[in-house]
Design a protein. Structure first.
Length: 96
């Protein structure tokens, strides 16, 4: 996702991209909290793994969105650091 985010930084804006990335990460974190409620627990039998399959699928989708959000934040942050500190760029990117 980083190349796609990098292409759209100028159009969307670096600070807006960071805010949107954090919002996506927050929603993904809440989604991981909701994962424990997937499937009717009281109706689930020992042999039935439909609930665990749904849990796994939902977790993979949520992790995909979390990766997108993290890519948005990291790419934007490195871009901002490179612009704000042009003389000591390597040092500040190392700090990041």
């Amino acid at each position: 996702m980083a190349p796609i985010v990098g292409q759209n930084l100028q159009r969307i804006g670096r600070k807006n991209m960071i805010l949107a990335g954090y919002m996506v990460c927050i929603c993904a974190t809440v989604g991981f909290g909701v994962c424990s409620n997937i499937g009717p627990k009281q109706l689930r039998k020992e042999d039935d793994d439909s609930g665990s399959k749904a849990f796994f699928a939902f977790s993979i989708v949520i992790r995909f969105f979390q990766g997108i959000g993290d890519s948005m934040v990291a790419t934007s942050a490195y871009s901002i650091v490179s612009i704000e500190f042009p003389h000591n760029r390597e040092v500040y990117i190392g700090y990041c």
